[in-house]
Design a protein around this ligand. Structure first.
Ligand code: ADP
Length: 348
C-alpha cells in the first residue's frame, strides 16, 4: 500500500514536457488520496487547454500503476490559480523567460538566393524527415515577410497559447513544434511590413520567448535572398549550420553564391545544397526530364566546397499537400538523405 510520500515520489518522475520540470516541482500535484487500490489526485495545469495534458496524465498513470497495490488511477484536472502561476514564474531558479528552459541542440537555417525556389517547402520537409527519424524538432518560420509554414503543415487556424514561461508553439499532428508570425495575426492574409530592428526583435522573441522545450533540431525558414531581412535573422539567432536551396536556372546558381558568401561572412558552416525542382518524372515511362535545363548544381557545390545533399523532382502532389496543410503526409525518401546529412554534420 503506497503512502502519500511514495505516490508523490513516483510523480516526481513525470515531467511537464514544455517546462522540462517535474509536475511535483512545479506545484501541479494536489489532493492525493489512496482508497481501495485507486490513487486519486488533482493535476493543476498552467492553462486548462495545455496541449501536453494528455501526455502528462498518461505518464502519471503509468508511473503510479507501477506501485504495488495500485489498480486504478483517477486524475482531476483544473487550471492553476493566478497565485500558483505566479509562484512558478517567481521561483528563484526561474528567469520568467522561456529561454532558460529551452534546450535547443542545433539551429539549422534554410537559405535561398531568391524567392519561389521552394525554401519553405524544403524547410518543412526537412523538419518532417528529422521528426520521422525520431528527433525532437521545431520549425521556426522566420520568413517574416512571407510566412508560409503554417499553411503547409497545419489545418484550420490554430493559435499559440500562452504558458507561464512564454508562448507555446503550435504542434503539428506528428509532433513538430511550429512558430510563425502568421499564427499570431488576427488575419493570416494580412501583409507584414517590418523593418530591420523590428524583424530582429521579433525573431529573437520567437527564439527566446517561445517555450520550445527540449529540441534536437530547430529548423529555421529564413527570408529569401541576401536582403537585410535574411542577414538580420541570421545574426539574431545562434545558427549552427545552413542549408542552401536552389533550382536549376543559372541565375539561381548565381544568387546562391551570394547567399553562400553571406554565410561565409557570418562564419556559419554551409551543411550543403539542395536542388529543388531539378527534374520532372514522366508518369508514363518514368523518364527524368530536366525542365529548367541541365543541372549545374554539382559544379556549383564543388565551387563553393559544400556537399550536394539532394536533387528533388517537381512533384505536383507535393504542392497540393502543401496547399492543404498536409505536407506531413508527403513521401520523404529523398529528404531522409538530406536529413541524414544534416544529422551527420550536427549529431544530436
Ligand atoms: P519559397 O519559400 O522559396 O518562396 P515555397 O516553398 O513557398 O518557396 O514554394 C513555392 C511554390 O512551389 C509552392 O506553391 C510550393 O508548393 C511549390 N513547390 C516547391 N517545391 C516543389 C516541388 N519540388 N514540386 C512541386 N511544387 C513545389
Amino acid at each position: 500500500m503506497p503512502n502519500e510520500q511514495q505516490i508523490r515520489e513516483a510523480l516526481t518522475k513525470v515531467m511537464d514536457p514544455e517546462l522540462n520540470r517535474s509536475i511535483v516541482d512545479l506545484g501541479m500535484v494536489h489532493d492525493i488520496t489512496f482508497e481501495d487500490g485507486t490513487v486519486s489526485f488533482t493535476l493543476a495545469l498552467t492553462i486548462i487547454g495545455c496541449p501536453m495534458k494528455q501526455q502528462m496524465q498518461d505518464d502519471a498513470r503509468a508511473r503510479l500503476m507501477e506501485l504495488p497495490g495500485v489498480r486504478d488511477v483517477h486524475i482531476d484536472l483544473r487550471e492553476m490559480t493566478a497565485e500558483e502561476k505566479q509562484a512558478i514564474q517567481g521561483a528563484p531558479q526561474q528567469s520568467g523567460s522561456a529561454s532558460a528552459y529551452n534546450h535547443i541542440k542545433h539551429v539549422v537555417a534554410i537559405v535561398s538566393g531568391k524567392g519561389g525556389v521552394g525554401k519553405s517547402t524544403v524547410s518543412a520537409l526537412l523538419a518532417v524527415a528529422l521528426q520521422r527519424k525520431g528527433y525532437r524538432v521545431g520549425l521556426l518560420d522566420a520568413d517574416i515577410t512571407g510566412p508560409s509554414i503554417p499553411r503547409m503543415l497545419l489545418q484550420g487556424q490554430p493559435r499559440p497559447m500562452g504558458g507561464p514561461l512564454g508562448i507555446l508553439p503550435v504542434t503539428t499532428s506528428e509532433g513538430i513544434k511550429v512558430m510563425s508570425i502568421n499564427l499570431l495575426l488576427e488575419n493570416p492574409n494580412q501583409a507584414v511590413i517590418w523593418r530591420g530592428p523590428l524583424i530582429s526583435g521579433a525573431i529573437q522573441q520567437f527564439y527566446g520567448d517561445v517555450a520550445w522545450g527540449d529540441l534536437d533540431y530547430l529548423v529555421v525558414d529564413l527570408p529569401p535572398g541576401t536582403s537585410d531581412a535574411s542577414l538580420t535573422v541570421m545574426q539574431s539567432l545562434p545558427v549552427h549550420g545552413i542549408v542552401l536551396v536552389t533550382t536549376p536556372q543559372a541565375l539561381s546558381g548565381m544568387v546562391v553564391r551570394k547567399a553562400w558568401s553571406m554565410a561565409q561572412q557570418l562564419d556559419i558552416p554551409v551543411l550543403g545544397i539542395v536542388e529543388n525542382m531539378s527534374y520532372a518524372v514522366c508518369p508514363d515511362c518514368g523518364a527524368h526530364h530536366e525542365i529548367f535545363g541541365p543541372s549545374r548544381v554539382g559544379e556549383l557545390a564543388e565551387s563553393i566546397g559544400a556537399p550536394l545533399l539532394g536533387r528533388l523532382p517537381i512533384e505536383p502532389g507535393l504542392a497540393e499537400l502543401a496547399d492543404s496543410g498536409r505536407l506531413e503526409e508527403a513521401e520523404t525518401n529523398a529528404f531522409g538523405i538530406v536529413a541524414s546529412a544534416v544529422v551527420e554534420q550536427l549529431p544530436a
